[in-house]
Design a protein around this ligand. Structure first.
Ligand code: MG
Length: 155
């Protein structure tokens, strides 16, 4: 039976940090405050995968007080999570929303899809990524929602 799984993440935006979204470093005066690179899209995507696979959540798998994960690329976290997830579920597609007032992410979406595709082995057409703003009501954060349609390999 297919199932759906959701992931969500939020980071505060602060000066002097690189803004990384979907594994792409985007030119910005602000980046995510985080123990890792603070990639909200990939963190939400990892949580959707772990949820679908019955493997808990990203905070349990990669504790944010563990020095091993300090400044780690979230593409590497996705790679490690996928190693454990891929034997348990087949992923049919993802859809996602990245909520960020500025900068606009539209010009980087193709590369984000390519980054995710290269790890999961899912074609880029099966990976939805949309940018939305908060109409300047929450300009100090980046948020992301990801849903994943999957099927367990055991049922
Ligand atoms: Mg996070």
């Amino acid at each position: 039976m297919p199932g759906i799984a959701i992931g969500y993440d939020l980071h505060r935006l602060v000066p002097g940090r690189t803004l990384t979204v979907g594994g792409v470093a985007i030119d910005s005066q602000f980046g995510a405050e985080a123990h890792s690179d603070g990639d909200a899209l990939l963190h939400a995507l990892i949580d959707s995968l772990l949820s679908g696979a019955g493997l808990g959540d990203i905070g349990t798998m990669f504790p944010d007080n563990d020095p091993a994960y300090r400044e780690i690329s979230s593409l590497e976290l996705l790679r490690r999570a996928w190693e454990q997830v891929s034997g348990r579920i087949i992923v049919y597609n993802f859809d996602s929303v990245v909520i960020l007032d500025r900068p606009k992410i539209a010009g980087h979406i193709a590369k984000m899809k390519e980054n995710i595709s290269s790890i999961i082995g899912l074609s880029p057409e099966k990976i939805g990524i949309k940018g939305k703003t908060t109409e300047n009501t929450r300009s100090t954060t980046i948020e992301s929602y990801v849903v994943c349609l999957y099927e367990s390999r055991y049922s």
